[in-house]
Ligand binder design. Sequence first.
Ligand code: 2HA
Ligand code: ZN
Length: 277
Amino acid sequence: MKNILEAPFVKEMVDVTSNLYRLGWDERNGGNVSYLLEEADVREYLDTANVLRNIPMDFDGSALKGNYFIVTGSGKYFKNVTQDPANNLGILRVAEDGQSVDLLWGYTDGGVPTSELPAHLMSHIARLEVDPENRIVMHCHATHLLAMTFSHEMTAKAITRTLWEMCTECMVVFPEGVQVLPWLIPGSNEIGEATAEKMKQARLVLWSFHGVYGAGRTMDETFGLIETAEKAAQVYTYVQAQGGVRQTISDENFIALAKQFGITPNPVFFEAGVPNA
Ligand code: 2HA
Ligand code: ZN
């Protein structure tokens, strides 16, 4: 059996959590990441018949039963993942009953998966319906995106248009746009269900006064998605500080961009739909 600390998926979790920490998006125990793994990959490092503990959940995860995930731990600090991956991360399999998870590795101090497990697993279910290759769900407190939820009109259209306009490449990176949620209780099944519903339409969901959820096929894609939206939010913050928008990217520019990159932006974010979309 190979050393689990050398597993590419463990290294990716260590790298992404330390990047999220260093960017200031996951203070204290903020943020959580889950990564859907292939059983064959897990078996190179772990005896999958050796269940360390069974951890109950109070929502139905049957749609994912038998699936393996590596997930950040509840109450754990992203700051500390590098120095002790085995305590801050866990590898689990959704149990046959769909109401609990079997822990195979990690959470060495007796810990449990992130308090946001409902939002993570429900989002995985939703994303897998629209993209069978989706593997990552990532939550963080990206500073400028979070700030915008206080100052900007909070509709998917208004937020998407502003973010698209703040960096030319935004529309190419998230052509489906950004969805938004009102304030809801973190860790609840309600916020999990609401996030998953929005995840059917987009890989980015903003949580009012809290942060952002991103989803994608790879760690790089998902981190890059959040990073790109956050950069646009930062530019927006500077633009507002400089006195506001005087000129911006037009619909015509966006249409030319879509043609150049062969993408179809979500037509609901245009006044008159997107010609040739
Ligand atoms: O896990 O960020 O939303 C800490 C959080 C909860
Ligand atoms: Zn949070």
